[in-house]
Design a protein around this ligand. Sequence first.
Ligand SMILES: Cc1cc2nc3c(=O)[nH]c(=O)nc-3n(C[C@H](O)[C@H](O)[C@H](O)COP(=O)(O)OP(=O)(O)OC[C@H]3O[C@@H](n4cnc5c(N)ncnc54)[C@H](O)[C@@H]3O)c2cc1C
Length: 417
Amino acid sequence: MDTLIVGGGIGGLTLALAVHAAAPDSRIRIFEAAADVRALGVGINLGPHAVKELSALGLENALVAVACTPQDYAFFTRHGQLVYREPWGRAAGHQWPHLSIHRGDLHQVLLAAVRGRIGARNFFTGYRCTAFEQDEDSVTARFAAPDGAALAAQRGDILVGCDGIHSVVRRQLYPGEGAFCFRGINLWRGVTRQQPFLTGRSIARIGARHATLIVYPIRDAIDAAGNQLINWVAEIEREVAVPVDWSKPGRLEDFSPTYQDWTFDWLDAAAMIRNADLILSYPMVDRDPLERWTFGRVTLLGDAAHPMYPQGGNGGAQAIIDAATLGRLLKSAPDPVAALQAYEAERAPATARIVLQNRSAPPNVIVDTVEQRTRGKRFERLEDIISQDELRAIFERYQKVAGYHVNQVGRPPAQRG
Ligand SMILES: Cc1cc2nc3c(=O)[nH]c(=O)nc-3n(C[C@H](O)[C@H](O)[C@H](O)COP(=O)(O)OP(=O)(O)OC[C@H]3O[C@@H](n4cnc5c(N)ncnc54)[C@H](O)[C@@H]3O)c2cc1C
């Protein structure tokens, strides 16, 4: 089997490793548009459902060494009042940890494994896919160099479009798709070096629909003073979307006024935002789910297949689960084309449910419910407004659709009933 992978991001690299694990003697080539690979982005969350797959590929220790492993997830109102908190990752009984990690660190771990197992010569940089064609026996991909010059076409048995949010492979399959769906929310994402907050291993989600702030550490003990690299994401309602570009710098003055009085006894969020090392912007955009990803020898994976709102720790995780699923099916299905069809049948409905849930019941619906009932004011007694059981049920529902509830992913062998 000869696999062409278009895009060397999180999904493409994981797929290369999964195909290699399933068929070590097969030929695997990854074609990445960027001319050089740099540690881009800020933080990304991977739940135990995704870490389970990375662990099966032998990457858990390398990832844990460069990531943070949160032990609790807490929701607060925009006044900093605690609404709901529950144990997270291993502390919630999972066999695998939850990882909060710099996307660049995740990418480096995956890339080192690809170079070690599949060979650096099979990871092509400066190869932007421009088109593909297929016949009964093979698929051929066409490429351009960063200067636009055509590169030699490459032929394989299957082609997987892992080329992200602006996928060229998807555009060829669905030429008239039009603009992304914008939910009226923009994100400003940043990192700040500062002292740990709460337990030092907490994910905090503050505020609700009009303005939310999600805060979590992604690198531990980064200096002698014990600072962490703290990742934060500010989600604010806006009428106009910022560009759909993961690397677009964001401007402090465009969003920081919303948070200027978000100073709590457990976190000075306003100062954290002011002191950022890096600020990037991104809009809350997705696309309507596709029923079909697979066309003969070609399929889609990750953001190319199911662009979803980057929230709830799903964007990266679902790409990783896609990759692991396809790897397994390439081993068990009678032929590669049948594997691509089985992959679509398993993954398209599952990811469609997450795309739709992120629209209708995003994770901040917990605090939204509370703020609606308090009309955005401070509360005296939370139990007069909502019960912990109701809050737990809302959050459990989200986790079950996202596929990372502890009953779905698995407990350590010693704790299984
Ligand atoms: C530069 C960058 C920074 C990001 N930062 C964050 C972040 O901070 N937090 C977060 O949650 N998510 C971030 N993401 C998105 C996140 O990686 C994805 O949502 C998720 O991991 C799904 O992975 P994916 O492999 O589908 O897409 P991606 O990880 O986006 O990978 C797609 C890859 O395909 C390459 N590519 C695109 N077009 C072509 C083409 N025509 N030919 C060949 N290669 C092509 C891209 O350069 C990229 O390497 C970032 C993505 C990128 C590209």
